[in-house]
Design a protein around this ligand. Structure first.
Ligand SMILES: C[S@@+](CC[C@H](N)C(=O)[O-])C[C@H]1O[C@@H](n2cnc3c(N)ncnc32)[C@H](O)[C@@H]1O
Length: 242
């Protein structure tokens, strides 16, 4: 293998996999995303070629990986979360496969479950939600989300890249019949020290996010209420133990 598509995890540098970290520590070239923790970039060997993805278009990244891989270098392409969850890892894999450059995917901890968990929200919970739908709130082609379908889908809805379109997403879901009282949360910078979250109803959530910054995830569904329950149970247990 010459090119490794490695998931860096959702933000906390401790959430990269052991295999991913080992590869970063041994690589000759590291091509990394802006969302990747700087502590992980610092793990690359001193003489490794360090290339931030910033400002490069996806097609340029694809070509760069093919170029570095064709030179036979040990290349790590370090991507936020999991490379194959809204990470365009599939496109990079495709470009490498087409060019005959050997590659392997090293999965990462996706924001999908790790970010809600950092705010105490389990994306599935027995008796509450047995289904998770993940969507991108910012589609490259500008297509609108299928609100009619989403509003009718039971379980938990997780919206990636939705912060800047929040009012429009909420309005779309409610207009399509989703109950405006459905619990909702926005978690910003989850798993990082500066992480923040707000919870409320779907109807009001867009009014509560002032000051929250990207990256952020929207979670809609009754699992959001489980976080408060867990906090109450934990507080009661602490009080009993005190
Ligand atoms: C391009 S997608 C990459 C997702 C990534 N491949 C994964 O598996 O987590 C970037 C989006 O993921 C979400 N995200 C990633 N890291 C996050 C974090 N630490 N806190 C909140 N949302 C995060 C945000 O919605 C952000 O806009």
């Amino acid at each position: 293998v010459t090119v490794w598509l490695v998931g860096a995890g959702p933000g906390d540098p401790g959430l990269i996999t052991a295999k991913g970290l080992e590869l970063v520590r041994a690589c000759e070239a590291l091509v990394y995303d802006v969302l990747v923790a700087p502590e992980l970039v610092a793990e690359a060997p001193e003489d490794a070629l360090l290339i931030p993805r910033e400002k490069l278009k996806q097609t340029e990244i694809d070509a760069l990986l093919v170029e570095l891989g064709s030179r036979g270098l040990d290349v790590v392409r370090l991507k936020g979360g999991d490379p194959f969850v809204f990470g365009r890892g599939g496109e990079e894999a495709h470009a490498l496969a087409e060019a005959g450059v050997p590659f392997e995917v090293v999965p990462g901890v996706s924001a999908l479950s790790a970010v809600p968990a950092s705010a105490g929200i389990p994306v599935t919970h027995r008796g509450v939600s047995a289904q998770v739908t993940l969507v991108s709130g910012h589609s490259a082609s500008g297509e609108a989300l299928d609100y009619e379908h989403l509003a009718r889908t039971p379980g938990t809805l997780v919206v990636f890249m939705g912060l800047s379109h929040l009012p429009e997403i909420v309005a779309g879901l409610v207009a399509a019949g989703q109950d405006a009282e459905t619990p909702a949360a926005v978690v910003s910078n989850g798993t990082r020290p500066d992480g923040q979250s707000v919870t409320g109803t779907l109807g009001e959530i867009a009014t509560l996010v002032d000051g929250l910054i990207s990256p952020a995830l929207l979670v809609v569904g009754d699992v959001v209420g489980v976080a408060a329950e867990l906090a109450t149970v934990a507080a009661d247990a602490q009080a009993l133990l005190a």
